[in-house]
Ligand binder design. Structure first.
Ligand SMILES: [Mg+2]
Length: 363
């Protein structure tokens, strides 16, 4: 499925010339139906390239779970990975597994008549949330300020803006403008999308200390664990990263390297909810905070089930795909009583669907 965005979106990767503005998102949906009529829905996604590849891989491996007991999610996750073992346990291959794994968890929670967070074991009924979509770098600073005000009026708790422009002074000006608009009490985060080198990250990280930021996100290359660890040790401001990592093993390396204060796994990117829970267990064991990346429809449930007070990232981009809306008030996103993930595909989602396939049990 191809979801068009209202306007092309640019972060630091575009301003530094490594990527083109993003105009849409490819989504891979998995819908699983059991013989007795129970259903589950899951999804993964790709920004810019990769959507057709995820779809092709999912279609090849899906027969591995047809005819199996959908309650045995761990075993089925293994079967899906083994079906495509030749192409590895990360990247696009694991992201194709994710859509199916998430559908199995949705199915299990729906059968139990419970919201997914309750099936997993929730620590809270609502999670602190912050807006990201209003603070991209293609947006003039005046609009960023108005977006921040609108987000807070809508009930969101924090504001994140993009940094990492070629001119660091321009980043500092935007941060100063937003801090001045929202006041000192509102949690404010910045996201450099991996565009700083180590010296720049340290210099700008120090320059940002006075703004009382809740975190600095992806200051360095996503796989520079050593650099992140040194930066996290040098700064008072917490360092957050992890959204680009594909698989629980990659997150384990990040966590074991003491690379960040706040871990940002993304269930569709790590291979689904099954590996996400392993990442969360490791992060909790190391006393780290959790702020999952994107896909709030899934991550609200997973964050609600994390022991330490987490954050959920608010994007309205996927809203047209679903019939339901997430309740946001008092700075928090609230779980609904709907079972499973609590989402169903909208007519618009069906209209944007480019290709489907049906894989049935032979017996
Ligand atoms: Mg980010």
């Amino acid at each position: 499925m191809h979801l068009p965005l209202a306007a092309p979106v640019s972060d630091a990767k575009v301003l530094t010339g490594v990527q083109r503005p993003m105009t849409g998102i490819a989504l891979l949906f998995a819908e699983i139906t059991t013989r007795d009529g129970h259903q589950g829905i899951g999804f993964g996604y790709a920004k810019r390239a990769g959507g057709p590849g995820q779809y092709a891989h999912a279609r090849e491996i899906a027969p591995a779970v047809v005819g199996q007991d959908p309650s045995d999610i761990g075993r089925l996750w293994d079967r899906l990975v083994w079906a495509g073992a030749s192409v590895g346990r990360s990247g696009l291959a694991i992201q194709a597994v994710a859509a199916l794994d998430i559908a199995l968890w949705d199915l299990k929670a729906r059968r139990a008549g419970l919201p997914l967070a309750k099936l997993l074991g929730a620590f809270r009924d609502s999670v602190r949330c912050y807006n990201t979509s209003g603070g991209f770098l293609h947006t003039p600073v005046g609009e960023v300020l108005d977006n921040a005000t609108a987000s807070l009026e809508r009930g969101l708790g924090g504001i994140k803006i993009k940094v990492g422009q070629p001119d660091g002074a321009a980043d500092l000006e935007r941060v100063a403008a937003v801090r001045s608009r929202v006041g000192d009490a509102v949690p404010l985060m910045v996201d450099a999308n991996q565009q700083w080198d180590r010296p720049t990250a340290l210099r700008l990280g120090r320059a940002l200390e006075g703004f009382g930021l809740t975190w600095i996100e992806e200051p360095l290359d996503a796989y520079d664990h050593e650099g992140h660890a040194a930066l996290a040790a040098a700064l008072d401001t917490p360092v957050a990263t992890g959204e680009m990592l594909a698989g629980a093993a990659e997150h384990a390396a990040l966590i074991e390297a003491r690379a960040c204060d706040i871990v940002q796994p993304d269930a569709p990117r790590v291979g689904g909810i099954t590996p996400f829970l392993k990442v969360a267990a490791l992060a909790d064991h190391r006393h780290l905070q959790l702020a999952p990346h994107f896909a709030m429809e899934i991550h609200l449930h997973l964050a609600a089930a994390y022991p330490r007070e987490p954050w959920v990232e608010h994007f309205e981009w996927l809203e047209p795909l679903f019939n339901e809306r997430t309740e946001i008030r008092d700075g928090r996103m609230h779980l609904s009583a709907r079972p499973g993930l609590g989402i169903t595909l909208s007519p618009q989602a069906r209209a944007w669907t480019r290709e489907t396939c049906l894989i049935e049990s032979p017996d």
